[in-house]
Design a protein around this ligand. Structure first.
Ligand code: SF4
Ligand code: SF4
Length: 182
């Protein structure tokens, strides 16, 4: 045991050699901040406006006549690095026409559990059908509710190309959701 006691003694000896600081000095940062003006964000009552080009929730836009700009080409889905977009295109018919051309997006879903809001899908879209709004409140209580359907992403008829998305469907309406796609 002499070796142990000698090593313990040496450790104690080293500690005693450490410079001793004023214990009150440790509260320097605390004291400095106590007298600063408090910065309290009154969220969610007051929402700070985002930067104009902030990447928020997506919107599927319409032409001025109300027809959808999306042609169901899937380029946005292929460009997405997070595999967060699911698209199924279909043919327009004279009886049932959704977009001016031959094809339209029959199913369109964005999974916000995966989306990193990078905007690459918007860059890839050839018709400017897909843009991003400034809306950032994307939290919800279940996984399915964060998969947004076409009906939820589509601009209201009155909005056209506007940046205000409708989101007027009740969030529990998941009729367009294809769980198998995810
Ligand atoms: S913003 Fe980025 S991650 Fe989100 S859907 Fe578009 S490409 Fe995918
Ligand atoms: S949003 Fe644009 S890129 Fe995506 S399917 Fe529609 S037209 Fe194609």
């Amino acid at each position: 045991m002499p070796a142990e006691s000698s090593s313990a003694g040496s450790a104690r000896g080293d500690a005693s050699k450490l410079p001793r600081k004023n214990p009150v000095a440790g509260f320097g940062v605390t004291f400095k901040d106590v007298f600063k003006k408090r910065l309290t964000e009154q969220y969610p009552e007051y929402k700070k406006p985002t930067a104009p080009r902030f990447h928020g929730r997506h919107q599927l836009n319409r032409h001025p006549d109300g027809l959808e700009k999306c042609i169901g080409c899937e380029l946005c889905a292929w460009a997405c690095p997070a595999d967060a977009i699911y698209v199924e295109g279909a043919d327009n018919t004279e009886e049932e026409r959704y977009s001016p051309g031959e094809r339209y997006g029959r199913v369109y879903q964005i999974n916000y559990l995966r989306c990193i809001l990078c905007g690459l899908c918007v860059e890839a879209c050839p018709t400017r059908a897909l843009t991003m709004t400034n809306e950032y409140e994307l939290a919800d209580r279940s996984r399915e509710s964060l998969i947004y359907t076409k009906e939820e992403l589509l601009a209201g008829l009155e909005d056209g190309n506007g940046r205000i998305a409708p989101r007027d469907l009740p969030r529990h309406d998941r009729t367009g959701l294809l769980p198998g796609a995810w």
